[in-house]
Design a protein around this ligand. Structure first.
Ligand SMILES: C=C1C[C@]23C[C@H]1CC[C@H]2[C@@]12CCC[C@@](C)(C(=O)O1)[C@H]2[C@@H]3C(=O)O
Ligand SMILES: O=C(O)CCC(=O)C(=O)O
Ligand SMILES: [Fe+2]
Length: 375
């Protein structure tokens, strides 16, 4: 019998030793290794007067029925991202997670390194794996949680680990149920019902058929933010990602493949982004959001990403109903672990590498944007 590869084992075949950042707070000047010079070749609405400021990421009120589903469908077809309010996740829980995230990154460096991610592991403290695809260092640090964080939290907080375990568990539960709701609203807009998604579980609650990864990000104050980059341009591999960025700017999304738009923080709002697997599931109809995080000189920033994806054994392929003569099958069948393995090698070229035919117009080809110009 074949054993199904575990999410925590995806990088076993492709280990990478990524050095962690020095204490970034100690720099008064931007070291050359962090100088991206031109972070990207696209104009940004912050710096380029020709980029319209009215072009902003849709903000959707989830309690606005009957309009919300249609607004979500539109946002995901044209942007691949929206912000949501009245999402049902208690604000107090978001605040607690934020305090916890700050507490984690405020620990002294040698202490954080007790929970360092190993070269062949997924979970733990360190620079995100994608940093190896960029010639310069990213101005950030991260902590990845897959399954139970118990072992790592015991090392970080020998006395208080259990309250932090409970907190992340509650956060996962709330985010998971929000993701389930959002996925059905989004798929409903494409005429998809529960019968069309055989892996969603008997009552369509995705409970046993999904897996989640939580990524905590920290972006210390940067002495020269225009030359630095917090997290380089990428798409998420998930089905859906829910990002909490509280009141701090930094997240930018690529609009129509040619300009960066800042996702302006809205109190209590969550950012919802399409990941590569939902793009595959919808046969390219929903756009996988290309995004990056920039840094600033005035306040440190944290963000919390919740990646919602299918369980280890679940095979994702474009939903039959979304394959038509005018919209031929765009992607093959793939599991999350298989996809992550490919992504570890091909990064922003992964989607196009598995594509079965040329995409219809409207499907963003992130291929063209994977190259970061330095110098
Ligand atoms: C389940 C996931 C999702 C991962 C890989 C693996 C664990 C960590 C996630 C992130 C977190 C930071 C950005 C990203 C782009 C990265 O480098 O690591 C994400 C990546 C992905 O969405 O591809
Ligand atoms: O910090 C942010 O705003 C973006 C984080 C992100 O894109 C990620 O963790 O995948
Ligand atoms: Fe991301």
């Amino acid at each position: 019998m074949n054993t199904i590869p575990k999410l925590t084992d995806v990088y076993k075949t492709h280990p990478l030793d990524i050095p962690t950042n020095k204490n970034l707070d100690s720099f008064e000047q931007l070291p050359d290794t962090y100088d991206w010079i031109q972070p990207d070749s696209f104009p940004s609405s912050l710096t380029d007067p020709n980029v319209s400021l009215s072009d902003s990421v849709p903000l959707i009120d989830l309690s606005d029925l009957p309009n919300a589903p249609h607004l979500i469908g539109n946002a995901l077809k044209t942007w691949g991202v929206f912000q949501v309010i009245n999402h049902g996740v208690p604000i107090s829980l978001l605040n607690s997670m934020e305090s916890f995230t700050n507490a984690l990154f405020d620990l002294p460096s040698p202490h954080k390194l007790k929970a360092a991610r190993t070269p062949d592991g997924v979970a733990g403290y360190g620079l995100p794996r994608i940093s190896t695809f960029f010639p310069k260092r990213m101005w950030s640090e991260g902590f990845t949680i897959v399954g139970s964080p118990l072992e790592h939290f015991q090392k970080l907080w020998p006395d208080e680990y259990s309250k932090y375990c409970d907190l992340t568990e509650e956060y996962s539960r709330e985010m998971g149920s929000l993701c389930g709701r959002l996925i059905w609203l989004a798929l409903g807009e494409l005429g998809i019902t529960q019968e069309d998604v055989n892996w969603a579980g008997s009552n369509g609650d995705f409970k046993t058929s999904t897996n989640a990864v939580i990524q905590l990000n920290s972006y210390p104050i940067c002495p020269d933010p225009d030359r630095a980059m917090g997290l380089g341009a990428h798409t998420d591999s998930s089905l859906l990602t829910i990002l909490y960025q509280n009141n701090s700017r930094g997240l930018q999304v690529l609009r129509e493949g040619n300009r960066w738009v800042m996702v302006e923080p809205v109190n209590g709002a969550l950012v919802v982004q399409v990941g590569d697997l939902l793009h595959i599931l919808t046969n390219g109809l929903y756009l996988s959001s290309v995004h990056q995080a920039v840094v600033n000189q005035t306040q440190k920033r944290i963000s919390i990403a919740y990646f919602f994806g299918p369980s280890e054994g679940v095979e994702i392929s474009p939903i039959n109903k979304l394959v038509t003569p005018t919209r031929p099958l765009l992607y093959p069948t793939i599991t999350w672990t298989e996809y992550l393995r490919k992504k570890a090698k091909l990064f922003n070229n992964t989607l196009s590498s598995i594509r079965l035919c040329a995409p219809p117009s409207g499907v963003l080809d992130i291929n063209d944007h994977s190259e970061v110009k330095v110098g």
